[in-house]
Design a protein around this ligand. Structure first.
Ligand SMILES: [Zn+2]
Length: 587
């Protein structure tokens, strides 16, 4: 049940709840002052002295390199020795060679830089594998115009029997507007069409899809979903948020996203990730039980090649019924698979971000969850020992997420829950302080600055657009921050783009976005390795190159610490290893 890892805790803040703002509510528990243990920034535990027993020899040694360990002292070394998938020695060439015999594989790094394998702390690996297979790939910016999208869809329609669904994913906006049925109808008179946007919170459908779903001018908006309307009240075909999208998704054939299909969609992208130096991922969108089953199946058959942490998404309050028991009935845990807990979308995409002040998007005062339902669901997973992770774009969504986390922690102050906020794009100063006080982890994507800062300015205005993703403020306050790609919800799946965007904060039109919030390469590397391990309760197993940890590493062709900043996005890796196995080697 729940968090089963043993984690040697390091520094802890002991914080009296009576001393922090609780919205005026009296503490629910009686008797004395309640104390909650809240975790401060992780400090890696010191490892035992790294030696192989007399007569033991290493399986692999890497020598003659620049080994950036990301340990607590930021040591660099020359060499590593690996046995049984674990690092046994980090130090000089002589020490590593002393553990080698004629059966040892020796990798001469020829001066190249080795870092811990990158940890992508927020992505949708299983959805990456659907692009180009179950879903037509219309990813921005490769697909840039309405005509580009129509051409891609027409190709699939031509080979799809009439009446069958055509589903695509990846659009952002086209010339500043959202696609609707008028863009889709001309190419799809005989096929229902559903095109998901890149963030996954908006879609467009054609007239046939609206007809099949029975959505008309008379259909009310479902809960916190929206059917956008034309002037005459007819649905335009642009739809917002999951409750509206589900009117159509529930009509898809069951085998479109079957366990088999999902297994294939998980297997495919792992090699792509490994080729970019990624050795662990956290899929925060394992929405349905079939997708969880696919992950557990692959892990139990030993078919995961990189290590996964997965979270189950709940979209509706009703989905909580029996969900934890259902998950525990099929759950499989290994060094390659960790089921972490639940993920909740508190608001939608930027256009529908839930903010404290109005904005110019499509809807500003819409949260996907009702506060009370969210509190109940967060508490249920918290009480069962799991992590929760909450997607927030707007500042009101963040406040609501923190309310739910704080309430669950107050009611049940168990040690070190490490709850997470995903994205955390717009933050008030008060919310940042609450994140710190609650020991909450920020899991964010600096590439969103590149993708969306211009749109943030259009929708939120200049002042709010300059305050997005305050990485420097978070780090200076000692808040754990992990970095990630959000692939395929963003077009850059590679850590290089993420590292670069955390250093050079520029919009798509190259406008600087609070450059004083930039990270250094070392801070960014830490946030893409150790901080991701901490977010997975795995900081004693991975995230740095230290004795006793998994031999998960990336060998870079050029040194990320010394190349010109503008070259960081073009860095490549020459070799990626997971558990001492070479998964990728440049040709
Ligand atoms: Zn995401």
């Amino acid at each position: 049940m729940g968090q089963h890892h043993k984690h040697a805790l390091t520094r802890r803040d002991f914080l009296k709840l009576g001393g922090i703002a609780l919205g005026g509510a009296a503490l629910a528990c009686g008797g004395g002052t309640q104390v909650v243990e809240l975790t401060a920034v992780p400090t890696p535990a010191t490892q035992p002295v790294p030696t192989l027993a007399v007569g033991e020899i290493a399986d692999i040694i890497l020598v003659n390199g620049n080994v950036v360990t990301i340990d607590a002292k930021r040591t660099t070394a020359k060499a590593l020795a690996i046995k049984n998938g674990l690092i046994h020695f980090v130090g000089d060439d002589q020490g590593a060679r002393g553990m080698a015999s004629e059966t040892t594989q020796i990798i001469d790094l020829m001066g190249r830089t080795v870092t811990p394998g990158l940890i992508d702390a927020h992505c949708h690996l299983s959805a990456c594998g659907l692009l180009g297979t179950a879903y037509v790939d219309i990813s921005w910016p490769a697909v840039f115009t309405i005509a580009d999208m129509q051409a891609k869809l027409a190709e699939r329609i031509a080979v799809t029997p009439p009446g069958e669904w055509v589903v695509a994913s990846g659009w952002v906006t086209f010339e500043g507007r959202y696609p609707d049925k008028r863009d889709l109808d001309p190419i799809s008179p005989n096929h229902p069409v559903f095109v998901l946007n890149q963030g996954g919170h908006m879609a467009a459908v054609n007239s046939l899809a609206l007809e099949m779903a029975g959505v008309t001018a008379a259909t009310p908006d479902p809960g916190n979903g929206r059917f956008l309307r034309e002037e005459n009240g007819e649905p335009s075909g642009t739809i917002l948020n999951h409750p509206a999208m589900d009117y159509f998704r529930r009509l898809w054939p069951r085998d479109m996203l079957s366990v088999d299909v999902m297994e294939q969609s998980i297997l495919g992208p792992q090699a792509t990730f490994a080729a970019m130096g990624v050795t662990s991922f956290q899929d925060v969108y394992a929405r349905d039980m079939d997708r969880l089953q696919a992950y557990f199946n692959l892990a139990s058959r030993g078919e995961m090649s990189i290590r996964g942490q997965i979270m189950n998404v709940l979209e509706y309050a009703q989905e909580l019924d029996g969900r934890i028991a259902d998950i525990e009935a099929i759950r499989y845990e290994s060094d390659y698979m960790h089921f972490a807990g639940a993920k909740f979308q508190v608001d939608g995409a930027l256009e529908a971000s839930y903010t404290n002040e109005p904005h110019n998007g499509l809807a500003w005062n819409v949260s996907i969850w009702k506060p009370r339902d969210l509190e109940d669901a967060v508490a249920a997973f918290h009480d069962a020992g799991y992590q929760v992770s909450l997607h927030t774009i707007g500042d009101a969504a963040l406040d609501m997420a923190l309310d739910a986390i704080e309430k669950a922690m107050r009611a049940n102050p168990r040690a070190d829950p490490r709850h997470r906020i995903e994205h955390s794009i717009l933050n008030s100063d008060e919310a940042i302080q609450r994140v710190k006080d609650l020991g909450v982890i920020i899991s964010t994507q600096p590439t969103m600055i590149r993708a969306f800062a211009d749109a943030c300015e259009r929708i939120w205005g200049e002042e709010r657009a300059q305050r997005i993703i305050p990485t420097r403020t978070w780090l200076d306050m000692g808040i754990p921050v992990c970095l990630s790609s959000d692939a395929p919800s963003l077009p850059w799946w590679d850590p290089m783009s993420t590292l670069y965007a955390s250093i050079v904060r520029q919009s798509w039109t190259k406008k600087p976005v609070s450059p004083e919030q930039a990270l250094t390469i070392d801070e960014a590397m830490y946030a893409h390795t150790m901080a991701g391990a901490y977010a997975d309760f795995a900081e004693n197993k991975k995230g740095s190159l230290e004795a006793g940890k998994f031999a998960d590493l990336a060998v870079w062709h050029d040194n990320p610490y010394t190349v010109a900043t503008e070259d960081i996005p073009f860095l490549t890796v020459d070799l990626t290893m997971v558990g001492g196995k070479v998964l990728y080697q440049a040709g």
